[in-house]
Design a protein around this ligand. Structure first.
Ligand code: GAR
Length: 210
C-alpha cells in the first residue's frame, strides 16, 4: 500500500511537528510519510526541525503576499509539486479560506489546545487559549484534533483528550501540560488514522481539485 503523502503546516516552535516526526520514527505513523513542511514564518524554529530531519520545507508568508489569494496559490503550487494528499496544521497561525479548505475536503486536520467547543474560533490561538481557560476557571481542559473546514475550529472532531487544570497554573504551565499529555499524543494518532483511510481508499493526489 502506498503511503499517504503528508505536509505539516507550522508557524512557530514546532513541538507538534517534532511529535509527528518522532511518531513516524517509532512507527505510530506508518500509513503516511511527512514529505513537506510549510512555514508561514521564515523564523519559525520548526524549520530547523525540518532541516535536522531532512524534510523539504517551504516558507510562504501571508505578510509578504499581496492577498489571501496569492498566499494560498503559492501554498497550492508547492503542495502540487510534492503531490501532497494530507495537510496537518500543527501550530499554523494563518487562516485558510473556504476556497482552499474545500479543495482539500476531509484532508486537512488541525490540533487545537482546548476541548472544542470551549475556547476556540477566531482569536483563540496559542497561549491565549490557556489564558482564557484560566480566566474562566475551568478545572479540566485539553486538546482537540479536528478536520478543517471554512469555520475556524468548526470541522468534525476526530479526537479529544482531557487534561486537569492545577490550582497554581499559569498559561505557560497549562500550555506545557496540554501539549505533553494531550496534543503530542492525539495529533500523531489522528494523523495515522486519517493517513490510513486515505491510503486504503487508494486516493491519489489527482482527486484534489486544483
Ligand atoms: C500548540 O499548542 C497548538 O495547539 C496551538 O499552537 C501551539 C503551537 O505549538 N495551535 C493553535 O492555537 C491553533 N488554533 P508548536 O509550534 O510547538 O507545535
Amino acid at each position: 500500500m502506498l503511503k499517504t503523502r503528508i505536509a505539516v503546516f507550522v508557524s512557530g516552535g514546532g513541538t507538534n511537528l517534532q511529535a509527528l516526526i518522532d511518531a513516524q520514527k517509532s512507527g505510530i505513523i506508518k500509513s503516511g510519510s511527512i514529505e513537506l513542511v510549510v512555514s508561514s514564518s521564515p523564523d519559525a524554529y520548526a524549520i530547523t526541525r525540518a532541516k535536522e530531519n531532512g524534510i523539504p520545507y517551504a516558507v510562504v508568508s501571508r505578510k509578504k503576499s499581496v492577498s489571501q489569494e496569492e498566499f494560498e496559490s503559492n501554498i497550492l503550487s508547492v503542495l502540487k509539486e510534492y503531490n501532497i494528499q494530507l495537510i496537518v496544521l500543527a501550530g499554523f497561525m494563518s487562516i485558510l479560506s473556504e476556497d482552499f479548505t474545500s479543495r482539500y475536503k476531509d484532508r486537512i486536520i488541525n490540533v487545537h489546545p482546548s476541548l472544542i467547543p470551549s475556547f476556540c474560533g477566531k482569536g483563540f490561538y496559542g497561549l491565549r487559549v490557556h489564558e482564557a481557560a484560566l480566566a474562566y476557571g475551568v478545572k479540566v481542559t485539553g486538546a482537540t484534533v479536528h478536520f478543517v473546514n471554512e469555520v475556524p475550529d468548526g470541522g468534525k472532531i476526530i479526537k479529544q483528550k482531557a487534561v486537569d487544570v492545577m490550582p497554581d497554573d499559569t498559561p505557560q504551565t497549562l500550555q506545557k501540560r496540554v501539549m505533553e499529555n494531550a496534543e503530542w499524543i492525539i495529533l500523531p494518532e489522528a494523523t495515522e488514522e486519517t493517513a490510513n483511510k486515505i491510503a486504503n481508499a487508494g486516493d491519489s493526489y489527482e482527486r484534489i481539485r486544483n
